[in-house]
Design a binder for this molecule. Structure first.
Ligand code: NAD
Ligand code: WQD
Length: 344
């Protein structure tokens, strides 16, 4: 099916120059989609575009715009007439969201509403939403299935929960809306070229980019947030998923939305949990030297373990993650060592 439909379809990516957006851009083009990217560079670099041009055989069509700006979006929809939107653009730092809730609600929910209202005006009603495993709050049962109870422990998580609710209400109000809420677990790694990857602006909040910066010598040591969790080695366990697998998951979800009149909510994870110490060990193998670390206090809000049941994604999308933890680390390291200071 992917041979017939997608070549004729234009998909708009918001947050397209970000970490996941940039990888998904390439995956969509490889699958035959025409892509229009938009971003305001609030958390990404314009350099991403030059890299994408290098990696792609197709034109890179990009519009610099803020998703909260109705007027800009109106122009972009008129010019490009997308048939679907994949909506990545959002602020994503959990800690920062507790300090700046208004900015998070404005950008993440105001942005979502502006995009959806523009879509409605242009009769574009296929929408893929970047949700997060954070909507499961403190998981009661592992692995986590999509029907688990939902809760949020911080404003960032609230924006994802509310975003999902908005899309559910929209679908109920008008059956022409087909939406996919993709609940990502922990995206890591980089494109195999080492030319695009994750480039945090400030101190990395997440484990793998922090480890990468220690490995390259930008930071002296990793702090491991707690080694007294009820997990096999005491450190937190997460479901790390290679970003190119995640990108493929978006292609599969979009294919499905365009072929079936049905909305969906799907976990995108591997189903396999790894501890912080296991990640450090795999990264040491990838970079060839030890990663210094110190055990520190638990980070407030962290759970002991979180990993997906990926069975529904496999069933409904025919998709499952292919890359293992070693590959996630070698690809992260290739990106980090080729670009010691990221894009700048
Ligand atoms: P990212 O910050 O690298 O990418 C987001 C992009 O959106 C950035 O390029 C940023 O400049 C852009 N953006 C933000 N606000 C904008 C606005 N108002 N107008 C235009 N562009 C705007 O983040 P990412 O890791 O690629 O995450 C993408 C999406 O996936 C986000 O919605 C995030 O919440 C969600 N998500 C991420 C993770 C993760 O761990 N990376 C996990 C679960 C869900
Ligand atoms: C992973 C493990 C830490 C950093 C976050 C968001 C979630 C989602 C993905 C967007 C934990 C430990 C980390 C460090 C450490 N994002 N750690 N030292 O917390 O599972 O999820 O990103 O939707 O919403 O909460 O990911 O990478 O921050 O942490 O020991 O310097 O690594 O305690 O056990 P997390 P993470």
């Amino acid at each position: 099916n992917t041979n017939i439909l997608p070549t004729k379809c234009t998909v708009l990516l918001t947050g397209a120059t970000g970490y996941i957006g940039s990888h998904t851009w390439l995956a969509l083009q490889a699958a035959g989609y025409r892509v229009v990217g938009i971003d305001n560079f609030s958390n990404s670099s314009p350099q991403v575009l030059a890299r994408l041009k290098r990696l792609s055989t197709q034109p890179i069509v990009f519009e610099q715009a803020d998703i909260c700006d109705t007027h800009s979006l109106e122009g972009i929809f008129s010019r490009h007439q997308p048939q679907a939107v994949i909506h990545f653009a959002a602020f994503k730092a959990v800690g920062e969201s507790t300090q700046r809730p208004l900015e998070y609600y404005t950008n993440n929910l105001g942005g979502l509403l502006t995009v959806c209202r523009t879509m409605r005006r242009h009769k574009c009603k296929r929408f893929v939403f970047s949700s997060s495993a954070t909507v499961y709050g403190i998981p009661k049962k592992l692995p986590i299935t999509e029907d688990a109870s939902l809760s949020a422990t911080n404003p960032y998580g609230q924006t994802k929960l509310m975003g999902e609710q908005i899309l559910k209400d929209l679908g109920a109000s008008d059956p022409q809306w087909q939406t996919a809420c993709l609940r990502y677990f922990n995206p890591v790694g980089a494109h195999e070229s080492g030319d695009i990857g994750e480039d945090p602006r400030d101190t990395p909040n997440n484990l793998m980019p922090y480890v990468a910066q220690v490995a390259i010598g930008r930071r002296p040591f990793l702090q491991i947030f707690g080694n007294d969790y009820p997990t096999p080695d005491g450190t937190g366990v997460r479901d790390y998923i290679h970003v190119t697998d995640l990108a493929e998951g978006h292609v599969a979800a979009l294919d499905r939305l365009l072929e079936n009149d049905e909305s969906l909510t799907v976990n995108l994870g591997t189903g396999q949990g790894y501890s912080v110490l296991e990640v450090v060990g795999a990264y040491e193998d990838a970079c060839g030297h030890t990663i210094p670390f110190k055990i520190a206090a638990r980070r407030p809000g962290d759970v002991a373990a979180c990993y997906a049941d990926p069975a529904f994604a496999h069933k409904i999308l025919g998709w499952s993650a292919r890359h293992d933890l070693n590959r996630m680390c070698t690809d992260s390291w290739r990106w980090q060592s080729k670009n010691p200071n990221g894009y700048e």
